[in-house]
Design a protein around this ligand. Structure first.
Ligand code: FES
Length: 104
């Protein structure tokens, strides 16, 4: 697992984009629970950092597809799955595992 950011850098119901090992990763905070996903929509590649977080989902700013932040499942089109990475909190530090994703 690698260090991504401090919890205090990701506002509640907010996001922070980071580059980890050359990959654009988006961190999302939902009431203190942190999620990490690829910052690229699996539909047509839009960056997701301008997306809206609601009801445990992140919606893409381009066509509005909603992705479950736990499973990556797309509520609006089952053909697409967002890559979600395991997250662990070490005190204030957000650690992300890029070696596997939660989708499989
Ligand atoms: S590019 Fe994200 S829904 Fe189309």
């Amino acid at each position: 697992m690698i260090f991504a950011a401090k919890v205090s850098e990701v506002p509640n119901f907010g996001k922070k984009a980071v580059t980890l090992e050359g990959r654009e990763i988006l961190l999302v905070n939902i009431k203190g629970e942190i999620f990490a996903c690829e910052n690229e929509c699996p539909h047509q590649g839009s960056p997701l950092n301008a997306g809206i977080v609601k009801d445990g989902h992140l919606s893409c700013p381009r066509h509005g597809y909603r992705f479950d932040l736990k499973s990556g499942h797309c509520k609006d089109n089952g053909e697409f799955t967002l890559k979600i990475f395991p997250v662990k909190l070490l005190g204030e530090e957000i650690m992300v595992d890029l070696g596997q994703d939660n989708n499989s």
